[in-house]
Design a protein around this ligand. Structure first.
Ligand SMILES: C[S@@+](CC[C@H](N)C(=O)[O-])C[C@H]1O[C@@H](n2cnc3c(N)ncnc32)[C@H](O)[C@@H]1O
Length: 220
């Protein structure tokens, strides 16, 4: 699915969120770089928006972006080249990361975690490749809350977004899958508990009235 939407992925992100997705990544970037890490792994990096932002914010950090869809990585490599930014982008499955234990000072994952076939396994892998004291920052869409605003958000996800997505990408299924995956995603408090169980000390904040949430886990 991600291979088929790769060429239009960035455009759709900006259109569907009216550019707010970049402000969420900025907040997550500040949290990830708080302790001035020497190395960061951006898991499910896609077209590398987050990986590039991390490198621009802290040029001394060594950034590796990992994703299992080559077409997304290709778009990311082109962007890095055009912007003259030196990051490494390589293929890897988040559920079986091709890195040794205790390899990275920080790990980020924006809008990728929700797609994993097994959340516990993903968290175990995040924990394994981080150095002790290293921080994992997960940015995701929690399910919409009850009430009027949540109702509007559900309407947007179920009706507006699939229509816009299929018009711009030409792929209908990709943007019906997105709302389904958001509705099925754990509430922020549940994800926080899952991170604790995986061996992290946790905190989180909700962004834009609950449209997104950013979780921070420090490896115990
Ligand atoms: C919605 S995109 C997010 C991309 C990017 N992080 C961003 O902020 O725009 C989700 C990405 O997760 C990747 N992905 C999903 N499951 C994965 C897995 N198990 N291993 C590696 N990448 C995965 C997809 O290939 C896709 O590029």
């Amino acid at each position: 699915m991600f291979s088929s939407i790769a060429p239009r992925y960035d455009l759709l992100n900006r259109l569907m969120s009216l550019g707010v997705d970049q402000s969420w990544r900025k907040t997550a970037t500040q949290l990830a770089l708080q302790n001035r890490p020497a190395s960061v792994l951006d898991v499910a990096t896609g077209t590398a928006d987050f990986a590039l932002m991390l490198k621009k914010a802290l040029p001394s950090v060594q950034v590796t972006g990992s994703d299992f869809v080559p077409a997304m990585l290709e778009v990311g490599r082109l962007k890095a080249k055009q912007q003259h930014i030196d990051i490494t982008l390589e293929e890897g499955d988040a559920l079986n990361l091709p890195y040794a234990d205790n390899s990275f000072d920080a790990l980020t994952c924006a809008f990728g975690f929700r797609n994993f076939a097994n959340y516990e396994r993903g968290l175990q892998e995040f924990h394994r490749v981080l150095k002790p004291g290293g921080r994992a920052v997960i940015l995701e869409f929690p399910p919409p809350q009850p009430g009027f605003f949540g109702m509007l958000v559900r309407f947007y996800f179920r009706t507006v977004l699939p229509t816009l997505g299929s018009l711009v990408s030409g792929k209908k299924n990709a943007y019906t899958y997105l709302p389904e995956s958001i509705m099925a995603f754990p509430e922020p408090e549940k994800l926080r508990r899952m991170m604790e169980e995986a061996g992290f000390s946790t905190s989180y904040q909700v962004l834009s009235f609950g449209l997104a949430a950013v979780h921070v886990g420090v490896k115990r």
